[in-house]
Design a protein around this ligand. Structure first.
Ligand SMILES: Cc1cc2nc3c(=O)[nH]c(=O)nc-3n(C[C@H](O)[C@H](O)[C@H](O)COP(=O)(O)OP(=O)(O)OC[C@H]3O[C@@H](n4cnc5c(N)ncnc54)[C@H](O)[C@@H]3O)c2cc1C
Length: 383
């Protein structure tokens, strides 16, 4: 019998972490009641609030999976999952630490040197160090093998020159991990010759320019690197191994609760508006809740697999495709249902508007869904 499955099993007790969930809910409720934060959609990309980040750090909710010797809390991936899921479901402003905590932590633990781990992991866990991701370039997003940013060997390190684009948060982050070509393209092995560097975004030669979104928001940037010196101790992983490193990081980027909960606060508020009869009741609310519940199970299963160091690339891609489609469908559903919101619905209207504007990015960021369908097909042995 073929026992292979697309998504790993959820074998743990679903209520084992209820107490932790309750703690996070109480914490969030207190912050909302005090008016210190407000619910927003797409909060993990657009909700930058360093005070809130440090408050989470003080509770031990950043760097949860970082071993205590590096300033973290030695907790499990599933405990971290529960905390992030609750924060996203409530629409809390978490973007300041998001990339560092989600992606840089597991990468540093896997590929970082002792110097890098001791320098960055404690600072991430205390909410004092923020990172960006420097992969995409003009004409090089899905096809990262074609990146043109180049790093050349110089005395004591590397000199990096090129242009990165769509770099979320680069104008506020301290560092970013930059993918660059360190050897000329070999047409037979296009993914060889790429390397990663930890670049200080305040280094001489770095120019961060805003890319303003259509609603006037600023989270994207273009990052121009002109002969930027990166010392040897900031080479990330192994020179020439950039492609393998980048792809191994992607399961962490693709499968988390941020891939299905970006518009959950809007769904919850839509249901609340229906309860108050400010919106017409619609049975599709139940359908979306069911989709979210299924995605919660699948995403939890992938978090469990990552915690056990099992490969989860295909499953992560499945969560990303189904999750980001659901997020977008919720934005459309609320938009079609609402019509012209009344003055009393101002907060709801603001959330809705932001969901509609952010929607196109859901299925693009972290790898487009078209490309991920190819990843899934390959994982299933279909191509
Ligand atoms: C909100 C948001 C935040 C982002 N943040 C960051 C960030 O912080 N750092 C960073 O480095 N990047 C970031 N990005 C960039 C993102 O990773 C890229 O946009 C994405 O990888 C797609 O690349 P592209 O835009 O160059 O599109 P392209 O790769 O040019 O694709 C264009 C179209 O062609 C399709 N296509 C391409 N190749 C294939 C294929 N092989 N099979 C089928 N269809 C294909 C795509 O699906 C898409 O529809 C962000 C993007 C968004 C929307």
């Amino acid at each position: 019998m073929n026992t292979s499955r697309l998504v790993p099993p959820v074998s743990d007790d679903p209520h084992a972490l209820d107490e932790l969930r309750r703690e996070v809910r109480d914490f969030v409720a207190e912050y909302i009641a005090d008016g210190r934060v407000h619910r927003q959609v797409d909060c993990w990309l657009t909700g930058w609030d360093e005070d809130f980040t440090r408050a989470l750090a003080a509770r031990g909710w950043l760097g949860m999976t970082v071993p205590s010797e590096y300033g973290g809390h030695s907790r499990s991936h599933l405990e971290r999952f529960v905390v992030t899921e609750e924060l996203l479901a409530a629409g809390m402003p978490v973007s300041a630490h998001w990339i560092a905590d989600r992606q840089i932590v597991p990468s540093l633990l896997k590929y970082g040197t002792e110097v890098q781990k001791h320098r960055f992991l404690p600072a991430i866990a205390s909410g004092d160090c923020y990172f960006g991701i420097g992969m995409s370039e003009p004409d090089s997003g899905s096809d990262l093998a074609s990146v043109r940013t180049k790093a050349t060997r110089v005395d004591g390190g590397w000199s990096v020159t090129g242009t990165k684009v769509w770099t979320s948060g680069a104008h506020r982050a301290h560092m970013f991990i930059c993918l660059a070509r360190t050897a000329p393209v070999d047409p037979a092995h296009r993914h060889d010759g790429l390397s990663q560097f930890i670049v200080d975004l305040h280094s001489p030669g770095v120019d961060v320019r805003p890319i303003v979104s259509m609603n006037g928001g600023h989270h994207f940037n273009e990052v121009i690197l002109d002969d930027v010196f990166v010392p040897d101790d900031m080479v990330f992983g192994t020179i020439g191994n950039g492609w393998q490193q980048v792809t191994s990081e992607l399961s962490f980027e693709r499968s988390g609760p941020e891939r299905f909960l970006s518009t959950f606060p809007l769904l919850a508020e839509s249901a609340e508006q229906m309860r108050r009869e400010a919106l017409p009741r619609h049975t599709d609310v139940g359908r979306y809740v069911a989709r979210i519940a299924g995605l919660h199970q699948m995403s939890t299963a992938v978090a469990g697999a990552l915690g056990r160091h099992e490969p989860a690339d295909t499953a992560a891609a499945v969560v990303k495709v189904l999750g980001t489609s659901t997020e977008g469908d919720i934005a459309d559903f609320a938009d079609l249902l609402t019509g012209d919101p009344s003055a009393e619905q101002a907060d709801y209207a603001a959330m809705l508007e932001s969901a509609v504007v952010q929607r196109p990015g859901f299925t693009l960021r972290g790898g487009t869904n078209e490309v991920l369908r190819g990843v899934i097909a390959r994982g299933l042995g279909m191509r």
